[in-house]
Ligand binder design. Structure first.
Ligand code: NI
Ligand code: MN
Length: 227
């Protein structure tokens, strides 16, 4: 299994039996110009919430790939309003676990806001726990540090994708606390450097995580990591 970084919070996972793409925001991202979205053929697109920097390329990639889109019900309703056919959309909600071709997807809490690009209510934002090939992977979505993360401490997470850019989400210091709350040492950073307000010092971030006994992976755009 592997993870591929497409910039911002857009991450692809090659899992056991299927490929998943989280939060596609690629064509509007100046830093991700090298990524051709027409080459992306996920089986599933999973959305943390409906903010534009997470859903910009959902409709185009879904059309190319015929992927099934998973989101919280109100954000799923926005996906339908983009012309994606109903049988290709799965709306779910907190606590729910979905059986898929690669394993399971459980929707968990995230502390953030959620509106869709057309100005409608997007429900609330979510994170996900993916279980595939005997590994559990947490995709936090956009979130602040929250005590709810402590509920994941006994999940035996192998990997966690955490936002670290600050301003719109937790920053480096809170992400280090989050890694402690969820009891996971292998972290893939996301939601940083895309915009001036979320610019980070990558070396300082890696040093701080290492000092806390954590492995922070910051992938180049288009770069992959074996999970
Ligand atoms: Ni957001
Ligand atoms: Mn965001």
């Amino acid at each position: 299994m592997k993870a591929t970084f497409y910039g911002h919070a857009s991450i692809g996972l090659d899992l056991e039996g299927a490929n998943v793409l989280f939060d596609p925001f690629i064509t509007p991202n100046e830093q991700a110009k090298a990524i051709d979205i027409n080459t992306l053929k996920p089986d599933y697109i999973i959305l943390s919430h409906g903010h534009g920097d997470h859903v910009a390329d959902v409709a185009a990639i879904q059309k190319n790939s015929d992927a099934t889109v998973i989101a919280i019900v109100e954000t799923a309703a926005w996906v339908k309003r983009q012309g994606v056919s109903e049988e290709k959309i799965i709306g779910m909600n907190f606590g729910g676990t979905l059986q898929t071709s690669f394993g399971t997807v459980k929707m968990v809490y995230a502390l953030h806001t959620n509106g869709t690009p057309d100005g409608q209510y997007g429900g609330v934002p979510a994170g996900y726990i993916i279980e595939s090939g005997h590994k559990k992977i947490y995709y936090a979505g956009d979130t602040a540090l929250t005590l709810e993360m402590k509920l994941l401490a006994d999940e035996e997470l192998s990997w966690a994708m955490l936002p670290i850019g600050d301003h719109f989400t937790m920053g480096i210091d809170d992400a280090i606390k989050a890694a402690g709350f969820i009891n996971c040492k292998n972290i893939i950073g996301m939601h940083y450097n895309t915009f001036p307000v979320i610019k980070i010092n990558e070396e300082e971030a890696k040093r701080k995580f290492a000092a806390a006994g954590l492995n922070l992976h910051l992938l180049p755009i288009g770069g992959s990591l074996a999970l």
